[in-house]
Ligand binder design. Structure first.
Ligand code: FPP
Length: 259
């Protein structure tokens, strides 16, 4: 399907979010509504992942971060955790060549060391195989929790203070930001959560400080290219003020001093 046929002509290509982050929620409910197993919901959810990644690449977004598995998700029934790991492996195997062909670079954030060995190896291989990709970053948050990420960044800074390489008064927002796991990625511009829940669930708490939040009732397995474009149309209709006034933003003079 060409961008025109998909409805992308409604978007201003110069005002797309550089970094889109998504909390993919509602797989379980999608399955329940159809009398299917939760695993089937995750399977359909992984089809949405494929379609949304392709659409983001086609539209020209720079970074897509997907919340694929939280630190809390380890507490789910063992069969579900196992199925999610299998789906992740399936995705990595199936999409690897496509990512290389499309110059998509795979990255991950989270406690990767907690993943089963075979998943971790496949992830690392795919990250290495796609390292030259320069058109888009697909960043998978796996065994990820934002508070843990911030706490370990603080630990590293504290260590440097102890060894005399850093003074506590030198710690500012920038110093902390570069210690975070995805320091080289731009800040999140748009954060979407599907399934009607109104929570951040410990996702990118620092990086999404000024993100536009878009909460949609659509369940993740139903969130495909058309739903993504709808979300981007809504994003482009918003005014991002970053704490300034509407007049300052519209005049293009953040100081507000211009006559
Ligand atoms: C939330 O739905 C979703 C997850 C915990 C996992 C997300 C995983 C996928 C979309 C598939 C595999 C990922 C990749 C990258 C291939 P939920 O189970 O909490 O839904 P519910 O709230 O309706 O129960």
């Amino acid at each position: 399907m060409s961008p025109t046929q998909s409805g992308a002509e409604r978007l201003d290509p110069n005002r797309l979010p550089r970094h889109l982050a998504i909390i993919m929620d509602g797989n379980g409910r999608w399955a329940k509504e159809r009398g299917l197993s939760r695993v089937k919901g995750h399977f359909e959810g992984s089809e949405s992942v494929r379609e949304v990644v392709r659409a983001c690449r086609k539209l020209g977004l720079e970074v897509l971060t997907l919340f694929a598995f939280s630190t809390e998700n380890w507490g789910r029934p063992k069969t579900e955790v196992r199925a999610l790991m299998e789906l992740l492996k399936r995705f990595l195997r199936k999409e690897r060549q496509e990512m290389i062909d499309q110059s998509i670079r795979l990255k991950s954030i989270g406690q990767i060391e907690r993943l089963p060995g075979d998943v971790r190896r496949l992830l690392e291989q795919t990250v290495a195989a796609t390292a030259k990709g320069d058109k888009m970053v697909l960043n998978l948050a796996l065994s990820y929790g934002s508070r843990a990420e911030i706490a370990s960044a603080c630990q590293r800074l504290a260590q440097r203070c102890l060894t005399g390489r850093l003074r506590p008064e030198e710690i500012d927002e920038n110093r902390l930001a570069v210690e975070l796991m995805d320091a080289d990625l731009p800040e999140v511009d748009l954060l979407i959560r599907t399934s009607g829940e109104h929570r951040l669930s410990n996702f990118l708490l620092w990086q999404a400080a000024y993100a536009e939040l878009l909460l949609t009732p659509i369940l993740w397995p139903d969130f495909r290219e058309a739903e993504l474009i709808e979300a981007l149309v809504e994003y482009q209709a918003r005014e991002r003020r970053f704490g300034l006034t509407s007049e300052q933003i519209q005049s293009g003079d953040p100081s507000g001093e211009e006559a």
